[in-house]
Design a binder for this molecule. Sequence first.
Ligand code: UDX
Length: 461
Amino acid sequence: MKIIVLGTGYVGLVSGVCFAAWGHDVVCVDKDASKLALLRQAKAPFFEPGLAELIKETAAAGNISFASSLSACISGASLVFVAVGTPPSQVDGAADLSQVFAAAAEIANTADAGTVVVMKSTVPVGTGDKVQELIATIRGQDDVAVISNPEFLREGCAIADFMGPDRVVVGTENTQARRLMLEAYKPLVARKVPFVFTQRRTSELIKYASNAFLAAKITFINEMSDLCEKVGADISDLALGMGLDGRIGPSFLNVGPGYGGSCFPKDTLALLKVASEAGVKLSLVKESVAANQNRKSQLAGRLAALLGNEMAGKTIAVLGLSFKANTDDIRESPALTMIADLQAMGAKVRAHDPAAMPLAQKALEDVVFCADPYACAEGAAAMVVVTEWPEFKQLDFARLRAVMRGNVILDLRNLIDAQKARYHGFVVGCLGRPAGLRQENGADAAPSSTAGVEVNVGSHA
Ligand code: UDX
């Protein structure tokens, strides 16, 4: 089957490469000449584990090619996936659909009759109707179907998510389009992955509702973490105890510095805009957005509290700049908010990230970028772990102590072995634990593991 994918961002490129890996004949289209040049050399234009290898494999197999315009490649395509960006408008947070409508116009002018246009970009409910109308108006006839197929992949594990999703959602009532989608996703049909066929509008809303729900779930656990700190409870055990309830589930209950990335912050705002236009109050989503912003803006204050509220002139080592591990994406990263606030308090910031430094260098000023955590820690009064990169779990605390001026570590992911760090003389602040924000030393450190918790899943059968 010939498939076109418009847009080579995370969603577009990963989808295109995965469809190609499943044996389809895929053309990825993008206007960005520098991206195309990289892709044509079988190189990935952004960091995503496994992506470069899969581009190489599918290009070598002749299943994928790259083009700068639709007109040269659209003929004979059964499905045209639209995966262009829908960034938040600077004015009111609504999704900016200009790239979607530009793509629709280009499709209208070039597609064969019977082509199916699949909206994979995250778009507000009703966008499919508008795209269908625009294409029909330009063509003078309604011979191109527009359907919705939101994508749920996460950065950092995008290929595994695309190839093994929990479900595939398809919004269409057109039987030919439905048949083509089952053909495109044949390996998933064979593996009995659930397909949710629904109306186009419902499909569009499923994506926003899913992201908003997950954002609210994270916000809930983050607020519970604050409560744990105040009342002497432990967030790890609390999340474990909650998550084992099958109705709640264990995922997305990891406490952290607040959610970031290109989706949750943008999609929650866009959903609120859709709801307010419809006259519906989504109070839970609204509160999640506010609480998450508030959480990010309190991070520097947490560190200041550990340093006796004296930040001016101090050097702070920041470990992790991406919004989460296994990506170089820094969009809406809590690290950026924290660094700006630390600088405003008069601190000098040194930073290290295994993947995000090239992008961070363009976005941040007056930050010293360092090749590894130990270079980053040199002369620092405190170190903050903001992103849960696996390598930060293995820090050599003796080596850190030797190069740091101070002895404070703030762990915003509860990642490091706090007891080990305390043994080496560090004062450790973590999240949602009785001693989370109290100054401590090796002698009075409270156990921070899940000691005493026994989980015996399945033993009651
Ligand atoms: C998200 C959705 O998960 C995905 O389905 C959608 O297609 C795009 O948006 P992504 O932004 O790549 O994916 O990352 P995700 O793993 O969902 O994490 C989002 C944010 O939440 C990150 O900042 C992460 O650190 C944070 N998070 C996630 C937590 O703080 N705690 C958790 O338990 C999970």
